[in-house]
Design a binder for this molecule. Sequence first.
Ligand SMILES: *[C@@H]1O[C@H](CO)[C@@H](O)[C@H](O)[C@H]1NC(C)=O
Ligand SMILES: *[C@@H]1O[C@H](CO)[C@@H](O)[C@H](O)[C@H]1NC(C)=O
Length: 349
Amino acid sequence: MATDPVVVWVLCCLAVWVVVKCELLSDYECPANCSCELDPPFTVCTGYGATSIPVGLPRSTISLTLTGYNLSELDLWELSSLTLLETLDVQSNKIRHIKGTLEVFPLFRELKLENNKLTNLSPKLFGNTVKRLGLVSLKGNPLNCDCGGILLDGDICDCTNYICECNIKWLQKQVKSYPDIWKGAYCHHGSSKDTAISKVDIEDFWCRTKHCWYLTIIYLGLILVPILFCRCWYKKKTINRPDLVADNQLNTLARKLGKEWEHLAIHLGITTAEVDRCKSDRPGNTLGQISDMLKLWKEKKCNDATVGNLIQGLKSFDEGSLDKDKYEFLRECDNRSCSSYTPLIGNIQ
Ligand SMILES: *[C@@H]1O[C@H](CO)[C@@H](O)[C@H](O)[C@H]1NC(C)=O
Ligand SMILES: *[C@@H]1O[C@H](CO)[C@@H](O)[C@H](O)[C@H]1NC(C)=O
């Protein structure tokens, strides 16, 4: 089948024309309730209380006006396809918060925010566009110039590397340095009259303490960790307190006790089951059984296993039926003179 090159050429041209035409049409498409001028490419939309901004705005737009919307948040990412945008006018839209950054518009110059509900502006919103801004108008926004609040609010401070700057203080700095660019910034004080931000003395208390706050936690940690560690260490050491009865004292005592030991054990707080276990562990070895019982008492009493407490227990046994000679030797050791004492520090495995 022979194809006429002229027909191919015409078809190609037609295809190119359709594509170009479509591209142009989509570029100049205008959303409902908007008016889109082509030269210059200015777009003006009226919201009539709508809660979202229109989609399909012409991408060639260099000046966009949105007004009469009911937006509590303006998300700049939703406009990021407008790469030629220089002017954004969002007056009277009930905006409380602006999300994103103007850095997405490389040619950005003017931001009109009048009559919204903004209480704060973050330096992050402006980023490096701050150097080429020609106008930021803020009249009619209830700016909150109190930087001394207690609440941890990410909208109040801009923190990088634990260094925080109060947003409103940053804004005041811009207003004072470039009064021809930053216009209409008034601090709102409830019922009394709003004051120009340049005339307000902003306390930077909170943002500075936020910085200190992190440090305080770190310092407290540095102090508390060793204290807790020492406490545990000290507790371990005190198990070997000299007033605690020593194992060789218990062995000596065991040698002096006779068949009364089982009743004595119950008197000292050892259970019948435990006595039976002591007996079955060392069948036929009474001395070993008594020793085990006394060591069990020491284990159970823990820090209360003192010589004094042991003497008390022996003395009160069966209304003093136990011969004094059997335990008086403990008393001699009860005032640190006994060589069998384990010293306070040392001998720790
Ligand atoms: C355009 O505005 C009218 C009110 O004048 C409203 O009813 C309608 O929903 C709006 N259209 C869009 C797409 O916002
Ligand atoms: C604006 O929108 C909020 C909900 O997002 C609604 O509660 C409020 O009534 C709206 N205001 C107007 C004037 O439409």
